[in-house]
Design a binder for this molecule. Structure first.
Ligand SMILES: *[C@@H]1O[C@H](CO)[C@@H](O)[C@H](O)[C@H]1NC(C)=O
Length: 729
């Protein structure tokens, strides 16, 4: 039998099969309808509300037919037809006549901000343009296409060091190439792994010197899938195959792992169906779901405009960022105005350095958005588990390597969240003589996506609250990247020096969970009541009292500092120099004369401790500070650069900000990095519980008073409750 017929491709290749197995036909949204039209609260088990409330009146928004879908908003993503048109234009483009390039990215070239801001519903759409990254003969081609005239209106060849994200075809090439190499086959059999159990992953190589420049290289590392779906727990340690994806040749094999056993498969499979020790299973909880007898309160108009409570925003999938929130506006019921908060927000880049200098590990310093893509790795969300009942699922329409569109189905969901939390409360104790019990439930709206970038899953939530707050939350889940080791027990580690030499924690027999970091950098183009805003550091400083002035010796005082230029807005958090970080509109004052603003409330404040001259850190210099502010520039969207694969870091936020441009009373973009240090532990094996951190964008002097005052409480009569039918009584 041929080797390839044995082969189980890498995870990413599997993904290719999934995508192309389904081809580019729109997903069948029938299932979704069906589940929504069959509420568990049927007449059999429903206890009718006394008011005779009619239940089940909620009608699911019509499923979208991607074949006939047309754009309605200037920021709407390219439709299936538009991506087809891009392919047609490129096919007849003179410079691609002799050979069609590999398509690495097709996305909407968003109209100029001023055009979007002046556009009103009902106006004709501004010119629809596509931005394409295509690779041909060793060159990254950056093209802008006018979809109406069918012309290529701009065509640049990138002169920078980086390459576009790997295409699925590249990944297939990378993971197949080792199989034609006799040395590799011999190593695999020497390590006791059958080719039929082999799973290989195409890893980004970072940038570590001139010897790696000028060609697209991938480092392939392999696992044994024998006896488990969780091949990540079974690395063939110390084996790295360097592949040139353009020549399709193995450049070099590094094998430093001779003698390191493959960790056992025992108890690593995570599928529910594979749990075959009933005595170890937890007692199942009673069924749980959120009740919405009248359906959810949000609506999604014309495919992408989300409206809920006092919020409206444009929501779209993106192959690289995953989710893009645009034109976030809040309705101020006091003034009757719908006011701008944020023009655009998205996760711009990720940086995931592993902390192990060994040959098979040092290069593991990923930039997941630019090297893989958060949207293209976002698989369909699992109803009732990833998103609750009544969630609305949104598809992405992306382009494959041959330029054909495909549907990334159900990659995002929108739902109302009620987790039993309190939005606001107060009661009076008998001392006041008043019997007051006031409480408001905390109901929020969430737009969610989960990217599976190889072993790691990133859950990204944009959560909107009725008090004007936006919470941006990142959850990390999935599986660890473990390192094979001869160690089976810590009692085999002789002394402190040997323990210190380990790059992580023994999480199972023969498996070390290597210490690593995650940084997620968000692009937040805040437009508080208009584009021209300022960044204000509101510092808290200790003041000492004068002798005899007060029984107090010291107190804290607020000192405001308006950042004039970019460098003044480079912020590193310091516990003993506390500050708030406001984006304000000095031209828009409240009744009391305070400038309207929003502040970024930090969370997930781990900072990168790597040397700034360490190659991965200079590529990821966007993590050198936790906050940056830059003047708006349409070309500065991707914190790690437009082309990231093997880039040296010359096109990053760290470089842009060094220009030190003026930012006071300008259209500014705030960048915030959520950071996580991860020291693994046994509970991270064989799967990781979700670890989350979030930061908030919170109104400061934006509203005249707390808008939650006008939110209504929950009352019993509106919530008929359901009881399980006889079987489980
Ligand atoms: C906009 O960004 C690009 C890319 O960083 C840069 O070349 C250009 O000079 C910037 N423009 C301004 C006005 O800063």
């Amino acid at each position: 039998m041929e080797i390839t017929s044995f082969l189980r491709f890498s995870f990413l290749l599997l993904l290719v099969v999934l995508l192309f197995g389904r081809s580019w036909l729109p997903s069948n949204k029938g299932d979704l309808d069906c589940s929504l039209n069959k509420p568990w609260c049927t007449s059999k088990n429903r206890i009718q509300a006394k008011s005779g409330l009619v239940l089940d009146t909620f009608i699911d928004p019509k499923p979208i037919d991607h074949f006939t879908e047309i754009p309605h908003h200037p920021l709407d993503p390219l439709t299936l037809q538009e991506i087809n048109k891009v392919k047609t234009i490129l096919s007849s483009y003179e410079r691609f006549i002799s050979s069609f390039p590999a398509i690495h990215s097709v996305s909407l070239d968003e109209p100029e901000k001023s055009i979007v801001l002046s556009w009103k519903k009902g106006d004709p759409l501004p010119q629809r343009k596509a931005f394409v990254i295509a690779f041909l003969n060793g060159q990254s081609n950056l093209l802008t296409l006018d979809l109406e005239s069918g012309q290529v209106i701009n065509h640049d060849i990138s002169q920078g060091s980086g390459y576009p994200a790997l295409s699925f075809d590249d990944m297939a090439v990378a993971t197949k190439a080792p199989l034609t190499n006799p040395e590799f086959i011999e190593i695999i059999s020497g390590r006791g792994v059958k080719l039929s159990d082999l799973t290989c992953a195409p890893l980004a190589i970072g940038w570590y010197g001139v010897s790696e420049e000028g060609r697209r290289l991938v480092k392939v590392s392999c696992f044994s899938g024998e006896g488990t779906a969780n091949f990540y727990m079974r690395p063939i340690e110390g084996l790295v195959v360097i592949v040139d994806v353009d020549t399709r040749k193995v450049v070099r094999i590094s094998h430093t792992g001779r003698g390191i056993p493959i960790p056992p498969a025992t108890d690593t499979d995570y599928r529910y169906s594979a749990q075959n020790k009933p005595e170890e299973m937890m007692k199942p909880l009673n069924p749980i779901s959120i009740e919405q007898p009248k359906g959810p309160s949000f609506s999604i108009e014309e495919g992408h405009m989300v409206k809920w409570a006092n919020w409206e925003f444009h929501l779209k999938p993106d192959p690289r960022a995953g989710v893009i929130i645009s034109r976030a506006m809040v309705h101020d019921s006091e003034t009757g105005q719908t006011r701008s908060v944020m023009y655009k927000g998205f996760s711009s880049e990720l940086f995931v350095p592993y902390m192990d200098p060994a040959d098979a590990w040092y290069f593991k310093t990923y930039m997941d958005a630019g090297e893989y893509g958060m949207g293209v790795t976002a698989m369909p969300l699992v109803p009732l588990n990833d998103c609750p009942r009544h969630a609305y699922y949104m598809d992405g329409i992306f382009a494959a390597t041959d330029g054909k569109p495909y549907v990334q189905s159900d990659m995002m969901c929108v739902f109302e969240r009620y987790a039993g939390d309190i939005g606001w409360r107060h009661s009076e104790t008998p001392i006041s003589g008043m019997e007051i019990r006031e409480a408001r439930p905390k109901v929020t709206l969430v737009a969610r996506m989960a990217a599976s970038v190889g072993n790691y899953d990133y859950i990204i939530d944009w959560e909107f609250q009725t008090d004007g707050l936006i919470r941006v939350k990142v959850g990390l889940s999935g599986m660890l990247m473990v390192k094979g080791t001869p160690l089976q027990n810590m009692n085999q580690v002789g002394n402190k020096a040997e323990r210190d030499a380990m790059s992580g924690i023994l999480v199972s027999e023969n498996a070390i969970g290597v210490v690593h970091d995650h940084f997620v950098t968000f692009h937040l183009d805040m437009d508080i009541d208009g584009a021209d805003n300022s960044f204000v550091k509101v510092n808290l400083e200790k003041k000492e009292t004068l002798p005899g002035e007060s029984p107090r010796k010291s107190y804290l005082k607020v000192k405001r500092e308006v950042a004039q230029t970019e460098k003044e807005a480079q912020v590193k958090f310091k516990l003993y120099e506390p500050a708030e970080f406001h984006v304000v509109n000095h031209g828009k004052k409240s009744r009391l004369g305070n400038p309207a603003g929003y502040k970024v409330v930090p969370g997930g404040t781990a900072a990168s401790l790597l040397d700034h001259h360490d190659p991965p850190q200079s590529r990821a210099s966007f993590t050198n500070n936790q906050i940056w502010v830059t003047p708006y520039n349409k070309s500065e969207q991707w914190a790690g650069g437009l082309l990231v694969w093997q880039s040296k870091g010359e096109d990053t936020l760290g470089v842009w900000s060094e220009r030190d441009r003026p930012i006071d009373d300008k259209d500014i973009v705030l960048w915030y990095t959520l950071g996580f240090h991860h020291i693994p532990c046994q509970e991270d094996f064989p799967i990781m519980p979700t670890v989350s951190s979030s930061f908030e964008l919170k109104p400061v002097n934006f509203f005249e008073k707390n808008p939650i005052l006008r939110a209504s409480p929950n009352v019993e009569k509106d919530l008929p409750f359901c009881r399980a039918t006889a079987t489980s009584a």
